[in-house]
Design a protein around this ligand. Structure first.
Ligand SMILES: Cc1cc2nc3c(=O)[nH]c(=O)nc-3n(C[C@H](O)[C@H](O)[C@H](O)COP(=O)(O)OP(=O)(O)OC[C@H]3O[C@@H](n4cnc5c(N)ncnc54)[C@H](O)[C@@H]3O)c2cc1C
Length: 462
């Protein structure tokens, strides 16, 4: 990218908001995957107008633009693989409105999920999407990835809580979609189109989010199992007994051994799986619902069932789950995956993941949100061992095709980005894929927005 364009950006946006020193570019070169690539320049807008100015210049000059939030993404979406402009939205981080009468919040994209949760809590509300990365990920990133989290079984995913968006399109035009109402069927649902579009169709500059009243209380039950399949069965037992839990978090196949050592946590390291089920609502109902959960765990063959007596104990039971991704690093390098299957197929998927691990001689701890069908099988490896990494590649590919074969999907919440781009052929019906590419061409005819992500066809000529 030539000096003339960098100077124009600097003249239009002002000092300190356009970074191009090698050190600054390195800081913006990666996300939470193994991917890394240097942007030519980093732009830090403070307003929608500045995002629009940047996109107008980029579109005129045909320069790639990669929107970026906190870079906690797990599919390589924010890695600027084709150079160009890294558009960091983290300085657009104001909560513009919390409206208690309408139960909505209006926020800029750089607001961190946790900060919205804290602000909403002061009114007795909450924002249901709660990715485990909630203390770092931005709402712009949550919207772009349609983020999920442990509470999805009960509350759904990010798209279910986005009422309206302001988006800057590739040519710099500012477009509003949706609005402030729960009901809105005027025209096509462009809001939903942009949620989960991974920065390939436009830059989200404002989000109107739906909030909910915070339930009065919460109770936690932990089931400890000798077989991970028993834990899956317990979840079905709970749901079919008429209780809709808040969370159904499983940690199995080596997770308990990795987790508690780090956290001083709850489960003995020799068990195959632990299951954390939370229920929430009025305190008077919680005791009964916890009984149902405990009985379902026992009926499925739990070795032990623990019930948290208070918040502190619940936190102790949750500590191992919260730190599991970091704790698995104790076992070696790790490739974290993210498939989803219909709930009834979870036991089969777990069996198949274990068989894949055996076939490729790899350890495959699994954790996930059983109730909504979303599993995170991890492949433990050594990145310096080329032969092992080839086995990892094949095992990951087989895991994706197995999920699809069982009626599921390549990704439940982390997105396609770069990491799964080359598998998307298998993951989509061909006419649907073709229409998606047509939508990309319609919104971004010069292919400047996050090129090379999601679809291999959007890679640009070198
Ligand atoms: C420890 C850990 C736990 C995690 N747990 C979960 C989990 O439970 N559930 C879950 O869903 N994810 C999880 N993630 C993944 C990640 O946190 C989410 O995908 C999150 O939504 C990304 O937000 P971000 O601000 O970091 O976005 P980034 O990583 O910066 O960007 C992600 C994508 O969004 C695009 N983007 C960012 N901002 C905008 C914008 N304003 N407009 C348009 N496009 C934009 C980027 O171009 C990129 O394609 C986890 C990650 C980590 C590291």
């Amino acid at each position: 990218m030539n000096a003339r364009i960098i100077k124009e950006l600097r003249d239009r946006l002002g000092k300190g908001r356009v970074l191009d020193s090698p050190v600054e570019r390195v800081v913006y070169s990666y996300d939470a995957t193994w991917g890394e690539a240097l942007p030519d320049v980093v732009v830090l807008p403070l307003s929608t107008e500045e995002v629009s100015t940047t996109l107008k210049i980029a579109n005129r000059e045909r320069i790639p633009v990669v929107p970026r939030g906190a870079a906690s993404g797990l599919s390589g979406g924010a890695v600027p693989v084709e150079g160009g402009i890294c558009l960091s939205l983290t300085r657009m981080n104001r909560i513009l409105e919390i409206n208690p009468d309408e139960l909505i919040a209006v926020v800029q994209p750089g607001v961190v999920n946790m900060d919205l949760q804290k602000a909403a809590a002061t009114y007795g509300f909450f924002f249901p999407p709660d990715p485990a990365s909630w203390d770092m990920a931005t709402l712009g990133g949550n919207v772009a990835e349609n983020a999920g989290g442990p509470r999805c079984l009960k509350y759904g995913v990010t798209r279910d809580y986005v009422l309206g968006l302001e988006v800057v399109l590739a040519d710099g035009q500012v477009m509003r979609t949706g609005g402030r109402t729960i009901k809105n069927v005027a025209g096509y649902d462009l809001t939903r189109l942009f949620v989960g579009s991974e920065g390939t169709l436009g830059v989200v500059t404002e989000i109107t989010a739906k909030l909910l009243p915070k339930p009065a209380a919460r109770a936690t039950v932990m089931g400890i199992f000798d077989e991970i399949e028993q834990a899956c069965e317990a979840v079905n037992g709970v749901i079919t007994s008429g209780v809709l839990p808040l969370t159904t978090e499983i940690m199995g196949g080596g997770c308990p051994a990795a987790g508690p050592r780090r956290t001083g946590g709850a489960a003995p390291p020799d068990v195959d799986a632990t299951l954390l089920i939370d229920v929430e609502g009025w305190p008077s109902a919680l005791a009964q619902e916890s009984d149902v959960v405990a009985r379902a765990c026992q009926a499925a063959g739990a070795r032990e069932v623990r019930r948290a007596g208070d918040e502190e104990e619940a936190e102790r039971l949750w500590a191992g789950r919260r730190s599991i991704s970091a704790a698995l690093s104790n076992l070696g390098d790790k490739l974290g995956e993210d498939i989803a299957v219909p709930r009834s197929k979870i036991p089969e998927m777990v069996r198949r993941i274990r068989a894949i691990g055996k076939k490729y001689d790899l350890r495959t701890p699994i954790f996930g949100h059983v109730g909504d069908g979303n599993l995170h099988p991890y492949l433990i490896c050594d990145r310096t061992d080329a032969e092992m990494m080839e086995r990892v590649r094949q095992a990951a590919g087989e895991t994706f095709t197995t999920a699809i074969e069982l009626g599921g999907t390549l990704t439940g919440e982390h997105g396609i980005g770069l990491a799964k781009r080359d598998y998307l052929n298998e993951g989509l019906d061909p006419p649907a894929r073709e229409k998606m590419l047509a939508i990309k061409r319609l919104f971004d005819p010069n292919n400047i927005l996050n090129p090379g992500k999601m679809f291999a066809e959007t890679e640009r000529e070198p």
